[in-house]
Design a protein around this ligand. Structure first.
Ligand code: GLN
Length: 501
């Protein structure tokens, strides 16, 4: 079968169960596509073909031996953002600093995803240390958007989004500190979920800004995302910020919701908040038109739209770009050229070793953030910048709390534009402005999902973001799933996904 890469995860589960194809065939199909087509996209940093083929063979044997009494996702390929530590396989975080780093352990989610039977095909390209919105800061080269190879896929999980949209893998992991799952999902015509802070373990996920970082999943549909998210969620004693909270069965709940819903008005009773702050200046008119049209579809399907107020995104942006670099400057101090990763040649003394290893190992965007963050944390500036930003962070959360008294979910564009041309935002501030609609969610620890909502006139995907209250991850998946039962934006294929091999 040459179209295996266009099947949904549910179809893959069914096909494996009913022996329409084996995991070995499936894995070979995807590896073949990566081998033939990824030179155009550059989505993988490491392809782990031998281990993947061995795991696929083992999965087929296990399925045959236990007569399908195995996890339903046994033998389904996926890949990890290169921010997750993988034992025995290179983990670079998109940086020269970790060009030779092989982790001695697996991230908790890597283990759990493997236990659910998924097979990792390798590690995906990303902005260096997850800092960026265009995947152009990777030491391993920029990633190209499979819908238009002259454009960026978004970032920082650009490789995860591009590989999924190109049909190199059905689903991928990502991380989201300020939008790094949702914005690339929007640029690449995918669904991507950033769960509630504390929902997914961060153990073994290289830290950028620890109070904001959260792992999540990418897929072509909400249901595909749910299949991969399921093994990721849950409490982990090795991550002090992971929270004990009941774990729902996302896919089962989504299917039940379809059965329970009035088929013509599935959103009857659902109140969606719309804030004019999220439709302000800087929003591209074609993106706005598609998002407003999607909201009309939600209304036609029974939802009520209510106006809510959230914090001015310009204030949120300033708060985020104070706090995230501050945390990053502290987290990245561990990369000193001594313990692991890149070390400069012939250091003259310890000071020279630190200075040159860090200046040569980190790219310009990472250095800029370390400088900004160190400045904000330095004596004399700490109160004026860091403490003040922390206070504003509290206000942002309170504004959301008030908004959620008026509505169940909040809708907005995921990003102010569709995917831009490679090289178009080399000026950092214009890149930061692209994060206006995604970062408040991280500052407030809320869950949010981006789903395909339509296309611009030149065929670029546009994303709609839905923000939920804490622990409403399942509600977001179910809402997106119901929407996807009635629309077909998410079933469109990118140019690269349409290419055969
Ligand atoms: N674009 C944002 C930044 O550069 C968010 C990145 C992320 O979510 N990892 O910080």
């Amino acid at each position: 079968m040459s179209d295996l890469h266009t099947l949904s995860v549910a179809q893959l589960v069914d096909g494996l169960k009913n022996k329409k194809f084996s995991s070995a065939e499936l894995t070979n199909h995807f590896l073949n596509r990566i081998e033939k087509l990824d030179s155009k996209v550059n989505s993988f940093i490491t392809v782990d073909a031998d281990n993947a083929r061995a795991a696929a063979k083992a999965a087929d044997q296990k399925r045959a031996a236990s007569d399908n009494n195995t996890p339903p996702t046994l033998g389904i390929p996926m890949a990890h953002k290169d921010i997750f530590c993988t034992k025995g396989v290179l983990t670079t975080c998109g940086s020269k600093m970790l060009y030779n780093f092989v982790s001695p352990y697996d991230a908790t989610i890597v283990n759990h995803i493997r236990e659910a039977g998924f097979i990792s095909l390798g590690k995906l390209n990303m902005d260096e240390f997850a800092m960026g919105s265009d995947n152009e800061s990777s030491y391993y080269g920029a990633v190209h958007n499979p819908w238009d190879l002259d454009r960026v896929p978004g970032g920082s999980s650009g490789g995860s989004a591009a590989a999924t949209a190109a049909g190199f893998i059905p689903v991928a992991t990502g991380s989201d500190t300020g939008g790094s799952i949702r914005q690339p999902a929007s640029f690449c015509g995918l669904t991507g979920i950033k769960p509630t802070y504390g929902r997914v373990s961060r153990f073994g996920m290289i830290a950028y800004a620890s109070s904001l970082d959260q792992a999540g999943s990418f897929g072509r549909s909400a249901e595909d995302c749910a299949y991969l998210l399921q093994p990721m969620v849950g409490h982990d004693t090795r991550d002090a910020t992971s929270i004990k909270h009941a774990v729902p069965d996302y896919v089962a709940d989504m299917r039940q919701a379809v059965k329970d819903a009035d088929s013509s008005k599935p959103f009857a009773g659902l109140k969606i908040g719309v804030a004019k702050e999220y439709f302000g200046k800087g929003l591209n008119s074609e993106v706005e038109a598609q998002v407003r049209a999607a909201l009309k579809q939600y209304e036609a399907l029974g939802a009520t739209i209510v106006e809510v107020h959230i914090t001015d995104p310009e204030i949120t942006l300033a708060t985020y770009y104070m706090l995230a670099p501050a945390e990053a400057s502290s987290n990245l101090s561990r990369f000193d050229g001594v313990r692991f990763g890149y070390r400069c040649d012939d250091p003259k003394n310890l000071e020279d070793l630190y200075t040159r290893s860090r200046s040569e190992g980190f790219g310009p965007e990472v250095q800029r953030r370390i400088l900004m963050g160190t400045y904000a944390l330095s004596a004399g500036y700490f109160d004026a910048y860091y403490t003040k930003a922390q206070r504003v962070r509290r206000v942002i959360l309170e504004d959301f709390e008030k908004a959620f008294q008026e509505c169940d979910l909040i809708a907005s564009p995921t990003a102010p534009t569709a995917a831009y041309k490679l090289g178009e935002t080399l000026d950092p501030v214009s890149m930061y402005l692209g994060d206006v609609y995604t970062i408040a969610v991280n500052l407030a620890g809320l869950p949010a999902i981006s789903m395909p909502a339509g296309f611009t006139q030149n065929g670029l995907p546009v994303g709609l973001q839905l923000i939920g209250n804490h622990w409403d991850d399942g509600k977001l998946l179910t809402t997106a799933h119901l929407y996807q039962q009635h629309t077909n934006h998410h079933t469109q294929l990118s140019d690269v996904a349409k290419m055969g091999v």
